[in-house]
Design a protein around this ligand. Structure first.
Ligand SMILES: *[C@@H]1O[C@H](CO)[C@@H](O)[C@H](O)[C@H]1NC(C)=O
Ligand SMILES: [Ca+2]
Length: 326
């Protein structure tokens, strides 16, 4: 009896996995237009050294094979923005990117993919303006936060904003994210991909980061209301820590050929999101005073030992010198 149940259960699971992975891999609609005017593909530069449909700012550099948002240097910031507003109701973006650098344990800060009202405004949210209107898919490589709602990094998250929410770096945006997942993609030789799908108010993000040619779900949230007529963009920053943030391509697919101007006036809104949304303060720093005291003690002991050692060495040196003279 038990065995049969387990068997049935396994079969059901298997079917579900099969179905969901086929759904994830193949865009369901038959019409699936690749739109050149929202895509960024090679060759990036025309003969006249312009980039069709895209503007750029800051540390951006175009090469034959990639667009570099930032180099692996401190305090860099770069952004690219699509010139054409997106009037498609439902779409999918496949972003091929690379994050790599010299840092083994310390690197940052990350990059963001945007569907936003304002473009080409440099600011503190991974190189673009805060209090934005629209959607940000944030790929955060550095953990600024060690308090509640902590998670591993790199971390991919989504934030929907109507222009009133501020991204809080000190909390890694944890109280404004609607969903997210941990991901590993730094310093690999193969292609790493992100798929952002916005289909009838359902936002899904998938990753292909293991060179398996297979989409893995990062998250799916429904009730995400975004207007048409916003702009796609990508931006990145480095601070004290750095990384090369590169984009190999952005490919835009219109999912059903529905172009609409009716949704141009709605306010970006996410009706469902992760709890908790509250801004939670970190625990009182009583501990860290003790920590500082301990470190000072160790420092002092270390200094005393060093000076004794130095003095002894000096004495010996002097004695040796004297011996040589006599
Ligand atoms: C904007 O979003 C905030 C926070 O989600 C909300 O409190 C506010 O009512 C929204 N404003 C508008 C105009 O929708
Ligand atoms: Ca961070």
């Amino acid at each position: 009896m038990e065995k049969i149940n387990i068997l049935n259960h396994c079969l059901a699971c298997f079917l579900v996995i099969q179905i969901s992975s086929t759904l994830a891999q193949n865009p369901v609609r038959e019409t699936n237009y690749n739109r050149r005017e929202h895509s960024l593909i090679k060759p990036f530069l025309t003969a006249g050294l312009t980039v069709p449909y895209w503007d750029y700012t800051g540390s951006v550099m175009f090469t034959q094979s990639y667009v570099r948002l930032t180099p692996d240097e401190q305090s860099m910031s770069g952004a690219i923005w699509n010139q054409i507003p997106c009037w498609s109701r439902n779409w999918e973006i496949i972003l091929s990117f690379k994050v790599a650098g010299k840092g083994k344990d310390l690197f940052g800060d990350g990059f963001a993919f945007w569907y936003a009202k304002d473009r080409m405004i440099v600011g503190p949210v991974f190189g673009s303006k805060d209090l934005f209107s629209g959607l940000a898919i944030i790929v955060d490589t550095y953990s600024n936060h060690n308090g509640p709602h902590n998670h591993q990094h790199p971390f991919i998250s989504a934030m929907v904003n109507n222009g009133t929410l501020s991204y809080d770096h000190d909390r890694d945006g944890t109280h404004t994210q609607i969903a997210g997942c941990e991901a590993r993609f730094r310093n690999v030789e193969y292609e790493t991909l992100l798929k952002i799908r916005y289909d009838n108010d359902v936002l899904s993000v998938f990753t292909d980061l293991e060179n398996k040619n297979n989409w893995k779900e990062c998250f799916t949230v429904d009730g995400v209301e975004l207007p048409t007529g916003y702009f796609f963009g990508a931006s990145a920053t480095t601070g004290d820590l750095s990384d090369n943030h590169l984009i190999n391509s952005i490919k835009f697919y219109e999912l059903d050929g529905v172009t609409t101007f009716e949704r141009a006036d709605i306010i970006p809104r996410a009706t469902k999101f992760e709890e908790p949304r509250e801004h939670v303060d970190d625990p009182k720093p009583g501990w860290s005073n003790l920590k500082i005291f301990c470190m000072l003690m160790f420092g002092m002991i270390g200094a005393v030992i060093l000076s004794i050692a130095g003095y002894m060495y000096y004495e010996k040196y002097q004695q040796n010198k004297k011996k040589r003279f006599y």
